[in-house]
Design a protein around this ligand. Structure first.
Ligand SMILES: O=C(O)CCC(=O)C(=O)O
Ligand SMILES: [Fe+2]
Length: 314
């Protein structure tokens, strides 16, 4: 297969674009975003709002965090499912991850920081919070563009207010072999929007609608934006939430960080009536995201590639 045949994720440039100021480029970028999300559910975003220093700092902070002893990392527990320390799974032995809930709020980050470093580590808290705050702006730009493209911007405020931000940080050890090993199993995200950043070690792959795995070539300037099942359900299937996985080879460690916008517990996800008609019958019954996650984290739910469809598909 020639290189021009190798599929690539669309690249969209958000340089200088702001959420508040009406930008002359807004409409053009919006139509690229809409097209990419319908076709791939995913794209590569160039977003210079996160300064290079901060990009470097976040990767340093991830390493610092994962270098802590396991018994310290295990102190990151959370009442919410899949929000604390996750790792040491026989299925994916290379993978470790930690959640930082409400990472845009300094005090929330600080409380985790103080659990990890009882003598404090303000640099860590600042890096995590600033990084999350900048990416939250990109998340909101994308969601606003999607709602406008679907003609349902009247729901914008309600939609934005219905979510929280979780920053999940990930470490994948190199398998020390040249053949490829599973880093993270293929899945769709269950949330609204995910924005990923990572070091230079390859491994992330995204499945196209026609069944081809696209390998993402990391760049320090780019973020990967992905739609989760809940946003696709809210949009009554007019977007796409892609399967993706991490495949590892070689010796190097891959670090990544993802900002996840997640429906608040108790908020009901229901497609606006404007998006349901004869041509587009309702695909998912209204559902409570927290209740759905309870199903997803059962043994059956974990094996179910189409968990949301099983849970509330019409
Ligand atoms: O490490 C990555 O780039 C992907 C992580 C991921 O897919 C997830 O946490 O849902
Ligand atoms: Fe994911």
């Amino acid at each position: 297969m020639g290189s021009e045949d190798t599929p690539k994720l669309p690249v969209i440039n958000f340089t200088d674009l702001k959420l508040e100021a009406k930008d002359p480029n807004w409409e053009a970028v919006k139509s690229q975003v809409h097209r990419a999300l319908v076709e791939f559910g995913c794209f590569e975003a160039v977003f210079d709002r996160v300064p290079l220093e901060l990009r470097k700092a976040i990767l340093g902070s991830l390493q610092e965090l994962f270098d802590l002893p396991l018994q310290t990392k295990l102190l990151n527990v959370s009442k919410k499912l899949f929000h604390g320390y996750v790792g040491q799974y026989p299925m994916v032995p290379l993978f470790e991850s930690m959640g930082i809930d409400d990472a845009v709020v300094y005090e929330e980050v600080e409380s985790l920081t103080n659990t990890m470093w009882p003598n404090g580590n303000p640099n860590f808290s600042k890096t995590i919070q600033s990084f999350s705050e900048e990416l939250a702006e990109l998340d909101q730009i994308i969601r606003k563009m999607v709602l406008e493209s679907l003609g349902v911007e009247k729901y914008l405020e309600e939609h934005m207010n219905s979510t929280n931000y979780l920053l999940r940080v990930m470490k994948y050890q190199g398998p020390q072999t040249s053949d490829t090993k599973l880093g993270l199993s293929a899945h769709t995200d269950k949330n609204i929007v995910t924005i990923l950043y990572q070091n230079e070690v390859e491994g992330l792959e995204v499945l196209t609608k026609d069944g081809t795995w696209i390998s993402y070539k990391p760049s320090p300037h780019s973020f990967v934006v992905m739609i989760g099942d809940s946003f696709n359900a809210w949009a009554n299937g007019r977007l796409h939430s892609p399967f993706h996985r991490v495949m590892m080879s070689g010796n190097e460690t891959r670090y990544s960080a993802g900002l996840f916008s997640i429906p608040k517990g108790g908020s009901i996800i229901k497609a606006p009536e404007e998006l349901v008609d004869e041509e587009h019958p309702l695909l998912f019954k209204p559902f409570d995201h927290m209740e759905f996650l309870k199903y997803y984290y059962t043994e059956k739910g974990q094996r179910d590639q189409f968990a949301l469809l099983t849970y509330c598909g019409v």
